[in-house]
Design a binder for this molecule. Structure first.
Ligand code: ZN
Length: 467
């Protein structure tokens, strides 16, 4: 037997060690590619493009919202469309927590290798071949319509706020816009200092909650109908101001609403009527029904967690309990939850879960999913009738569709001059079953402003999706 020389043994040992190390690193790289790419501190990729191999992001009509071209991430060619979609698409950073390019970055940038490796020691150079390999990310198609996005952004104007429109039968989000916004292709240098960009990374439709004002009367009405027999028929004469729970509750400008049943009280948005109802219902029952309608919890969809809507009257006195019934006191609600309440009323009591990721590489990601039931079908039908009657009292509201709606004005200044303006509702239309919420922060002119902001989107819906 020939003895292996110690020199040859050393070479063998080093060779084995080299290939073991190579194998270890290869396996490690493949197994952890996703994490490696997601790590914000990873400097191995060129500075301008950790998304350089990411797949395309398309809207529902295959309009390109983002794609990678020659190692650079490019967004839609139209600046307004880019600004309208940034909270859904994201930018090159991971600052927008709810955006596709943040939540799905791993999937978006997952390497799909095509082609073949051929290599080997001693193999002629001509046979070593790695040149036909392509690295591609996964393509996403979303449910949103970029035309509606742009129209909604323009309708929000200079207001901070949010718009949320979704199909209450399928769950597809057609339009979700948040302001202030910015251009992901040219991120402003002063975005972190300039007050005009306050909360620009926040998708206000999902991640912010506000006092809901009179839109909350839908929750109080459900609690009353469900817990007090024949309550819709009982009547009340509103004096404009009344002592409820030891202190006063007043209606708009302290004006009397006269004789009301529940339907009239909702249409005229009588605070005293609903304040007294909340007191009659009691804090435990009010809390029970608020919980059922999505309060004190968050929703999850598309890998996103929404902010909580909150209703907590555990420390409220009787007067504060009354104010909670009209969406004041400490009540807070997200725009998405408000749209889902309207969706539940439209849908016989149970909302469909919203979503915006439609397909990944053409493979469908969703079937309509029901959330927990928010209210009884009979109550939903009653509220639907009341909301349709209420919508008829809004002369400014677009009338292309049969529409059910409720406004809200949540006062945030002591003199009532500054308020958040809300509109929520749904379309009664087989071809366009849309539920929505609109929120404008800090308006001076009341809820009409929210109606005017919703109108262009409703009009565009009738043009694109109506008969
Ligand atoms: Zn009143």
């Amino acid at each position: 037997m020939k003895r292996i020389s110690s020199r040859a043994f050393m070479i063998l040992l080093m060779t084995v060690a080299f290939f073991a190390g190579l194998a270890y690193h290869s396996v490690n790289l493949i197994a952890h590619t996703a994490e490696w790419i997601e790590t914000p501190s990873n400097d191995h990729l060129p500075a301008h493009g950790r998304l350089q191999y990411a797949g395309k992001i398309l809207d529902r009509n295959n309009v390109v919202l983002a794609q990678s071209v020659e190692g650079k991430r490019c967004y839609n060619t139209d600046e307004e469309t880019r600004k309208a979609c940034v909270h859904i698409v994201g930018d090159d950073s991971v600052n927008i927590a709810t955006a596709v390019q943040t939540v799905y970055r791993s999937k978006l940038t997952s390497f799909r290798f095509t082609g073949s490796f051929l290599f080997g020691l001693g193999m002629p150079d001509s046979m070593k071949k790695i040149d036909d390999i392509q690295i591609m990310g996964n393509d996403f198609r979303l449910t949103i319509d970029s035309r509606l996005q742009k129209i909604a952004l323009q309708a929000l104007g200079d207001y901070k706020g949010a718009m949320f429109f979704y199909n209450y039968k399928t769950g597809e989000i057609l339009c979700m816009v948040s302001t202030p916004t910015y251009d992901p292709q040219n991120v402003p240098e002063d975005i972190n200092e300039n007050a005009a960009y306050d909360g620009a990374y926040l998708n206000r439709a999902l991640s912010a909650s506000y006092p809901p004002g009179s839109t909350f009367k839908l929750v109080t009405a459900n609690a009353a109908i469900s817990s007090i027999p024949n309550i819709t028929a009982s009547t009340y004469v509103c004096p404009g101001t009344e002592t409820v729970g030891g202190e006063s509750v007043s209606c708009y400008q302290h004006l009397s609403h006269g004789l009301l049943d529940m339907k009239e009280a909702l249409a005229k948005s009588c605070n005293i009527y609903f304040g007294k109802l909340a007191l009659a219902i009691g804090r435990d029952t009010m809390t029970h029904f608020a919980d059922q309608m999505g309060f004190n919890q968050h929703f999850e969809f598309d890998g996103i967690e929404t902010a909580d809507s909150t209703y907590d009257v555990s420390a409220a006195n009787d007067n504060q309990l009354a104010w909670s019934g009209v969406g004041q006191y400490t009540v807070l609600e997200t725009p998405v939850n408000m749209a889902m309440i309207s969706a539940a009323i439209a849908n016989g009591g149970t909302p469909v879960k919203p979503y915006f990721v439609d397909t990944i590489n053409e493979l469908s990601q969703h079937t309509p999913t029901l959330c927990q039931q928010m209210l009884e079908k009979s109550t939903a039908d009653t509220l639907r009738e009341m909301m349709e009657y209420t919508a008829m009292t809004y002369p400014a509201l677009d009338n292309h569709f049969r529409i059910c709606a409720k406004t809200g004005t949540a006062e945030i200044s002591d003199d009532g001059s500054v308020a958040h303006a809300w509109l929520t509702g749904f379309l009664v239309d087989e071809d366009c079953p849309i539920a929505f919420s609109v929120l404008l922060e800090r308006v001076n002119s009341g809820s009409t402003e929210a109606i005017l902001a919703a109108n262009p989107v409703l009009q565009a819906l009738s043009e694109y999706y109506g008969k």
